[in-house]
Design a protein around this ligand. Sequence first.
Ligand code: FES
Length: 181
Amino acid sequence: MYWTRKHVLVCTASHCMQKGANNVAGRLRIELKRRGIDDAFMVNTCDSIELCDIGPNVVVYPEGHIYCGVQVADIPDIIASLQGGPPLERLLVSAEAPAERKREAAYRAALDASQDGVVPAEAFEALVAEHGFDEGWVAEQARRGFIGRKEVDGRPVITITSKARTRYRLTVAGSEATRSE
Ligand code: FES
């Protein structure tokens, strides 16, 4: 590594791997080498950064930019950005990004309607639908560990996991969800 200009971390934990993170990391390394700039930009793989539903995720330091949903086709633009171009707005995610705030609002509404983070599955689906999220999104949230499914008294319920609460900085006080800054 020595004294590289930027450090790129590609999450290759299981959820991002399922969506092609290994190819992204491999091709990025190859492209940097092919262009003779691999001494300036270091690529490493890393464990989950807990944005598992929107991967594959890539973090660029020192800026701390997080790119989500990265595919091999994005690599030329990522390299252009590494070389001094602007950050890739279409892939950039942060706590304040509109898409992330939308997800946060859906979870906030669900937590508001929950009892200690548990809400009937039907109610959860109806609430998140009001924020524009469909059954496929709910299934993805379950697959990536942001919600759990179980039955209580024979009725399906959704549990909002600590992974979701931490990501959206939400805490439950009684039945009231708040954002902790
Ligand atoms: S597996 Fe990549 S963010 Fe979780």
